[in-house]
Design a protein. Structure first.
Length: 75
């Protein structure tokens, strides 16, 4: 069983503190799709989805960017 990442909890704490710009910055440099999905699930569980529209957009954009195949690969 995989150890859960502390990243989603830390971003949730930043959001609850009211610092959405810092949370969006962290979302844009998210480690992987797994952590972003965990954050999205945590927002749904806490019933905070839709409270911060810009955060929801940042999560969706980051999920799309990390899920899409790369256009080029370095040698």
């Amino acid at each position: 069983m995989a150890i859960p990442s502390p990243w989603p909890g830390k971003v949730m704490a930043v959001l609850r503190a009211g610092n959405t710009s810092a949370a969006i910055a962290q979302i844009k440099v998210a480690p992987s799709v797994r952590e972003l999905s965990a954050l999205q699930k945590a927002l749904v569980t806490a019933k905070l989805t839709g409270r911060w529209k810009d955060v929801d957009v940042a999560i969706d954009e980051s999920l799309a960017a990390l899920s899409a195949p790369r256009l080029h690969r370095s040698p």
